[in-house]
Ligand binder design. Structure first.
Ligand code: SF4
Length: 289
């Protein structure tokens, strides 16, 4: 099949993660478009905003020469980024809640200032245009894999170390496709060999080195999941295994999809707070579900 970026199914760690949890969650977050605005929908939460602000500060360092990075006032940078997520648009329902998350962000950046680790070393970036770095995972299936690796350190032996910044408290699940996807992106989009992979848990400043997946196994696992996504899209089969949410009774579904169902049902607990980076309609959920 000829490569066609417009008809291809695009998959990423995030979208396949949704699909792994449940097909309907994938549908609500990655396929559904509001009939009026024609935009996809997304929920903004404090955890997400904290992650975005800290990632922006750290990833932004990659555009600065290695020996000058730590001359930057990182706490001031965080403040700039925080202004983009402050208040309801960042999913914060009160000043107290926002201050708690901001303090966590400040603590993470202070950890970085205390010991910047590999941030002062050379790094490389994967080539990209407007979209995230991507490539055709399978021509036959017309599937594109895309993703953004947080940081790729260039090691003295001319190999690479891929690093993911973690701002949440939970450790990444062993079955996650994140590292396989990062490895495939690096192998396809540049020439050097990846020899190391780590997660940096910023809140407690813990580096966890991960075993690199075998490239063939990574390809097989990611393609297998991507084909399942494509097949579900082709059949338009995205039912909830617990029974789809019913507005009248509030029954069905579970906590993962409930926020999206509230938006679809114009429930007053879901409030529109603006447009996201990819033109999604962003909502906050105002009360406990
Ligand atoms: S509501 Fe249903 S589809 Fe959504 S995550 Fe829960 S069980 Fe899965």
């Amino acid at each position: 099949m000829a490569q066609d970026k417009y008809t291809a199914v695009w998959v990423s760690h995030s979208s396949m993660g949704d699909f792994l949890k449940c097909p309907r969650l994938y549908y609500l977050h990655n396929v559904y478009k509001d009939p009026k605005t024609k935009n996809k929908i997304a929920i903004v939460t404090p955890h997400m905003s904290l992650g975005i602000a800290v990632h922006e500060v750290l990833e932004g360092l990659g555009d600065i020469p290695a020996n000058e990075r730590m001359n930057i006032d990182l706490l001031a940078r965080l403040e700039e980024e925080w202004q983009k997520v402050t208040g309801k648009k960042g999913g914060f329902l009160s000043e107290e809640e926002e201050n708690g998350f901001k303090e966590r962000g400040i603590a993470m950046i202070k950890n970085v200032i205390k010991d910047p680790r590999f941030l002062v070393n050379k790094r490389i970036k994967l080539p990209r245009e407007v979209m995230n770095p991507n490539f055709f995972l399978s021509d036959d299936h017309n599937i594109i894999l895309n993703g953004l690796v947080d940081w790729i350190e260039y090691l003295p032996d001319d190999t690479l170390h891929i690093i993911d910044f973690k701002t949440g408290k939970n450790e990444e699940q062993e079955a996650s496709l994140q590292l396989p996807i990062y490895l495939l992106l690096c192998n396809k989009l540049q020439k050097r060999k990846v020899t190391k992979a780590s997660y940096w848990y910023l809140e407690n400043d813990k580096m966890v080195e991960k075993e690199l997946p075998d490239a063939d196994t990574a390809y097989r696992d990611v393609l297998e999941m991507a084909i399942k996504v494509k097949e579900a899209r082709a059949k338009n089969e995205f039912n909830c295994p617990k029974g789809n949410y019913k507005k009248e009774t509030g029954e069905g579904g579970c906590i993962h999809c409930r926020p999206y169902e509230l938006i679809l049902n114009h429930d007053s607990r879901a409030e529109f707070v603006g447009q996201g980076m990819f033109k999604q309609d962003m909502y906050i959920i105002k009360k406990e579900l």
